[in-house]
Design a protein around this ligand. Structure first.
Ligand SMILES: [Zn+2]
Length: 132
């Protein structure tokens, strides 16, 4: 059976505030907000990605479309506004680690922008991003 506990209500759009004390990640394609820095658990240096417990404003593909990433079964996670693949969600894995556990999200830095409290930068290079 599918676990619906972490499904985000598609009608509920979460927005973080751009303020000096806030830090959050956005979709690089459409600037949809994806997660706050507080939700970041780990950095995967090899994949240049963030591992977090949950993300907002995303849709998760059906388990029927699962595939294997570094020996872990995953499904793709898409921005629910522009449908760009942002990363993967880990399914139950025979090889859990401290970072990789069922239900967590892996989001790629080169797919995202980052609000650093002062300006919007590319999440992977931290170079200022052009605004609209
Ligand atoms: Zn998007």
């Amino acid at each position: 059976m599918a676990d619906n506990a972490e499904n985000v209500n598609p009608n509920m759009v979460v927005r973080f505030e751009r303020a000096p004390h806030t830090r959050f990640y956005m979709c690089r394609s459409c600037k949809n907000h994806l997660l706050s820095l507080q939700n970041q658990l780990f950095r995967d240096q090899g994949l240049n990605a963030i591992i977090c417990q949950n993300a907002v404003n995303v849709s998760v593909e059906n388990e029927d479309s699962s595939w294997t990433l570094n020996h872990h079964p995953v499904v793709n996670v898409l921005c629910n506004q522009c449908n760009t693949t942002q990363g993967q969600k880990f399914l139950r894995t025979p090889l859990p680690t401290r970072a990789v556990q069922e239900g967590r999200f892996l989001l790629y830095l080169n797919k995202m922008l980052y609000w650093d409290g002062n300006q919007v930068v590319y999440a992977d290079t931290l170079q200022p991003a052009a605004e609209d």
